[in-house]
Ligand binder design. Structure first.
Ligand code: MTE
Ligand code: MO
Length: 520
């Protein structure tokens, strides 16, 4: 009941009164050691957050039950326990940057009071006070002298009351969730088409949009991932239990720290700058060899170097105290990389669009950073609120948790058209997939069908962009038997993937994607 009422308050008043479960979850995510957190992300995948929420709800219910049990003997201690729960919930909620202290504390007090009141009712019903005989609930001995009435009435009454209380609590929580998912920017949940490309406000707006990818850049074969990943299939990694909801009328992007001319751009300001589209493959450092934490997007945005120049950053005058670009999100997450990378010619973007639409909420609406060639954890700040130039000694979120300070994407390749453990009919088997070395491009992909003893040249699709992944295909004439398939790629600078297997921590996995198949 208390949780339900708390959720209802959150729904009614928005982020000023944060969701307690959400806030508790967020604190757990922050407090667990980095290694454990990433292990959880890797093993649980997208189930990690639902599981965390379920665990917190169960934990809360269990502590409620314990306190109710305690209250029959030691009501004062039980009340103190309720106070402690209230304090913990309030502390967790107040750690949310958006929380308003007094309303949050008061709302949670009301929630705790509701829960306590309902518990009191249930306990009295459970004892069957003043009505029935010795035993109303299994194991619960009534205090009053027996009157000989039916025990069933007490038990049924208790079950009814408990059911009603549970239903009311769930209804309150449900109403709260419904209310909070409506606000404030509905369109962000389902991204809109970006405005058509036209000069804004009479000014000469320069927009470089891309033609559709050439057909030669795609190989049509079953199991091949699309060249441009649809937004709804784009991999998803972040520490936000609930994606921050940003109202673009209130949002701004600050560019500060050690810059000549600190700036604050509104959403309209950002969109009125020269924009461009760029095809950039984004990948997560936690991706295992052969894993799915990599996608290719067609991003729309403003060059990060343009934004920095506006703020008076001169690439020839980068000093120790401006050697790192730190992106900070509305919810306080950070990522940082070397300032010179924004000026070395790569299309590092302050992106506000993905595949022709606004950024989806989960992928950073209204704006995020995308830097070709860098893993997301050092660069790709979603829900971007601030870009700060600072010294190299500042450690961003995942660096504090033990991941490598610099995160260049390691060259990787993956077999997609054939799966590990598959049984295939003899004949021509298309072995294909994607290879990526963002910003360096892919110059060669080879496939082995004998566990790496011999290698066969794969056919490459046209390179869409050196920042994008590249599709390959090898037509394998397979005879019956058991085979170990491997793939390896060479980047645009002639460097071939290493066979040495290393785990994702601390700087990205290496080794060849290896699968076993049976041909019959
Ligand atoms: N605000 C914020 N931005 C973030 C993260 C985050 O936790 N919070 N995670 C980063 C990581 S580790 C990766 S791999 C990419 C993933 O971006 P995507 O979810 O859009 O695929 O976002 C990056 N940006
Ligand atoms: Mo990541």
């Amino acid at each position: 009941m208390a949780l339900g009422v708390a959720e209802l308050f959150h729904g009614l008043f928005g982020s000023a009164i944060p969701s307690v479960i959400g806030a508790l979850g967020q604190r757990v995510i922050e407090l667990v050691p980095g290694g454990l957190a990433t292990r959880a992300i890797e093993t649980l995948g997208k189930a990690d957050i639902p599981l965390l929420v379920a665990a917190l709800v169960c934990g809360s219910l269990a502590s409620g039950a314990l306190l109710a049990t305690l209250s029959r003997r030691r009501p004062v201690a039980a009340l103190a326990g309720v106070g402690a729960l209230w304090l913990a919930g309030t502390a967790a909620a107040l750690a949310e940057p958006s929380a308003a202290a007094l309303p949050t504390a008061a709302a949670l007090l009301v929630a705790a009071a509701c829960g306590t009141w309902v518990s009191g009712l249930l306990l009295r019903a459970g004892r069957g006070e003043g009505r029935d005989t010795g035993r109303t609930m299994p194991g619960v001995r009534r205090r009053e002298a027996g009157s000989g009435a039916s025990t069933e009435v007490g038990r049924r009454g208790f079950v009814l009351l408990a059911g009603a209380a549970a239903a009311a609590g769930v209804a309150a929580a449900g109403a709260g969730r419904m209310l909070s998912s409506r606000e404030p920017s509905r369109e962000a949940a389902r991204p809109l088409r970006l405005p058509e490309d036209r000069p804004a406000g009479g000014g000469a707006r320069v927009h470089k949009s891309l033609p559709p990818p050439p057909e030669a850049a795609s190989i049509e074969v079953r199991g091949m991932p699309p060249l441009i990943t649809p937004a709804e299939d784009f991999y998803l990694i972040d520490t936000a239990l609930v994606s921050p909801r940003v109202d673009t009328r209130e949002w701004s992007l600050k560019i500060g720290g050690n810059v000549e001319n600190p700036l604050e751009l509104s959403y309209a300001d950002l969109l009125s700058m020269p924009t461009r589209e760029a095809d950039i493959t984004l990948s997560c450092v936690s991706n295992e060899v052969g894993g799915g934490l990599v996608s290719n997007g067609r991003w729309t945005g403003v060059l990060l170097s343009d934004v920095l120049r506006e703020a008076g950053v001169d690439p020839r005058r980068i000093t120790g105290s401006s050697s790192q670009i730190v992106g900070r999100s509305v919810d306080g997450w950070t990522a940082g990389f070397r300032t010179e990378l924004a000026f070395d010619g790569r299309e590092a973007l302050v992106a506000f669009g993905l595949n022709g639409n606004e950024l989806p909420l989960k992928h950073g609406y209204p704006a995020r950073l995308v830097v070709p060639g860098l893993y997301g954890y050092v660069s790709a700040t979603k829900w971007l609120s601030e870009i700060e130039l600072t010294g190299w000694d500042f450690d961003a979120y995942w660096i504090q948790r033990g991941w490598a300070k610099e995160g260049p994407v390691k060259i990787q390749s993956r077999i997609d058209t054939v799966r590990d453990g598959e049984t295939l009919p003899a004949g021509r088997i298309p072995v294909g997939g994607v290879a990526w070395a963002p910003h360096r491009g892919i110059s060669r992909v080879e496939v082995s069908t004998d566990g790496g003893r011999t290698w066969n040249e794969a056919r490459l699709a046209a390179q869409l962009d050196p920042d994008s992944w590249r599709q390959y295909l090898y037509g394998w004439d397979a005879r019956p038997g058991r085979y170990t398939l491997q793939v390896r790629a060479t980047d645009g600078e002639g460097r071939t993937q290493t066979a040495r297997r290393t785990p994702p921590h601390p700087s990205g996995a290496t080794g060849y994607h290896t699968i076993r198949v049976t041909v019959v």
